[in-house]
Design a protein. Structure first.
Length: 210
């Protein structure tokens, strides 16, 4: 299956994408993780993207579309994939269409803004592999280190409350219109994103019919 996960920053789409990817045996492609890796490695794209990420703004379309196109061309995407964090704008969605990619489902994880702000303040990430945890909702085994890499978890700069609110404003004005875009195509499914990880996974699996 070829699936897109939509949702505000902190809605839990990354967690659900990983769960569904494991269930279906297809890769999850997170633009955030790809960009953070480039930033960490100091690549030309990483340097270009850094100022946008730290301000809680969207990375320009031309940068994102280029890395997504390269990633989807790899062999592990032949039997399907999940896109997490792309597209974020209608022009990006149109660019995806122009690549000739036919999507099976577009899932939007729906969470109120006030819940998002609470969630983000407790989010922790692994700087090495990009795995995401939460101090309350999805803690690592010891609450300090990544379960996969055993590296100490960190708080991302863009999880600060003032940056979260800025990112939510950008989401509502720029990304949320994608719901109408994909609704018209008949591929959009809405999932209530409030509750435990297992509860949200159950709802997601139900709408995907997998």
């Amino acid at each position: 299956m070829k699936i897109i996960f939509l949702g505000a920053p902190g809605a839990g789409k990354g967690t659900q994408a990983e769960i569904i990817a494991g269930r279906l045996g297809i890769p999850t492609i997170s633009t955030g993780a790809i960009i953070r890796e480039a930033l960490k490695n100091g690549t030309e794209m990483g340097i270009k993207a850094k100022k946008f990420i730290e301000a809680g703004e969207l990375v320009p379309d031309d940068v994102v579309i280029g890395i997504i196109k390269e990633r989807l061309a790899k062999s592990d995407c032949q039997n399907g994939f999940i896109l997490d964090g792309f597209p974020r704008t209608v022009p990006q969605a149109e660019a995806l269409d122009s690549m000739g990619i036919e999507l099976d489902r577009v899932v939007s994880i729906e969470v109120p803004d006030e819940v998002i702000v609470e969630r983000m303040s407790g989010r922790r990430v692994c700087a090495k592999c990009g795995a995401t945890y939460h101090t309350v909702y999805n803690p690592s085994s010891d609450g300090v280190n990544c379960d996969k890499c055993k590296v100490e978890l960190t708080i991302r700069k863009d999880d600060a409350p003032e940056v979260v609110k800025s990112r939510l404003e950008v989401y509502h004005s720029t990304t949320e219109p994608l719901k109408e875009f994909y609704s018209k195509k008949g591929s959009l499914k809405l999932v209530d994103g409030v509750g435990s990880v297992d509860e949200i996974s159950y709802r997601t699996i139900k709408v995907l019919e997998v």
